[in-house]
Design a binder for this molecule. Sequence first.
Ligand code: GTP
Ligand code: MG
Length: 334
Amino acid sequence: MIEPTETESASSSDQPAAKGFFGRLRNGLSKTRDQLATGLGNLLLGEKEINESALEDLETALLTTDVGLETTEAIMSELTDRAGRRELANMGALYQALHALLVQRLQGVARPLSLATRKPDGLPKGIFFVGVNGVGKTTTIGKLAKRYKTQGLNVMLAAGDTFRAAAVEQLQAWGQREDIPVIAQAQGSDSASVAFDAVQSAQAKGVDVLLVDTAGRLQAKSQLMDELAKIQRVVKRLDPEAPHEVILVLDGGVGQNALSQVKLFNETVPLTGLVVTKLDGTAKAGVLFALASQSNDAQQVPICFIGVGEGVEDLRDFEPEEFVAALLQSDDVA
Ligand SMILES: Nc1nc2c(ncn2[C@@H]2O[C@H](COP(=O)(O)OP(=O)(O)OP(=O)(O)O)[C@@H](O)[C@H]2O)c(=O)[nH]1
Ligand SMILES: [Mg+2]
């Protein structure tokens, strides 16, 4: 069983831990930043003229951090054109242009999940968390529950993962620690029934936000995906607008497979947002850019949160400016 932990995340590189909220994000992204640094080194030469090999190094760095072919090509062609037109005088200007382009690519897809109050109709907001096994669903719920409670909201949790041994206890441990009620049934019971009970109870108790955990499932297993659709159908009997959010949790380390997870989950239960966790454990945090550039708009799901460590503080609203600054190690945001 995985117990909730307050442990501060260890920095993933040997650099001394930077202080403050931004420093924590920077530490969390250090593996990807180190990977990018090999290609960015030239760009930090400032006054030096832009040359072919610097552009090639940059392209390689973007690809190796999983930014994806499409996005890398788009960024490189824009930078090369502008350099060709002499709009970018030197490496320093190229660096600034890259920074701006990266932020621009992410801006449209960032959507903080603001939860000031419950819904205007007085019903609780139901947020469902779905995703493949072990990506961080339950932990994300625990972290968010704590955050919302601190904001003064009346929070309830639902242990919809009735499949994995100890999954119920894992959520209950979070509930106990934060003094938040958890609706649960025995392992093996019907998860749609747990969700139904939870929505009913949340409505009766005037809860503001109900966070519903679900079992991990592979996106290709149709039987398990049908179960998600059933949970959704059942809660609609109590509130036709429920679930108000369906959040897909993705492990940032899986690279381009994240795109297939978004596609297949979205086909079963229309997703309203993404959480990308474990970015501290990977040098491939560039996958956020790939997620942001789904060529088919129907699959474009906004990114709400990123996870850069195991501590409660390490689940962060996804803010493109801050994210890019932390990746490129510039001092624009501090
Ligand atoms: N380093 C790091 N670890 C994380 C992050 N988010 C979650 N984890 C860890 O990932 C592990 C799995 O998390 P869970 O929350 O149990 O994942 P889950 O998706 O609920 O797993 P299943 O219910 O088995 O499908 C735990 O050890 C978490 O502490 C993160 O952003 N960074
Ligand atoms: Mg879980």
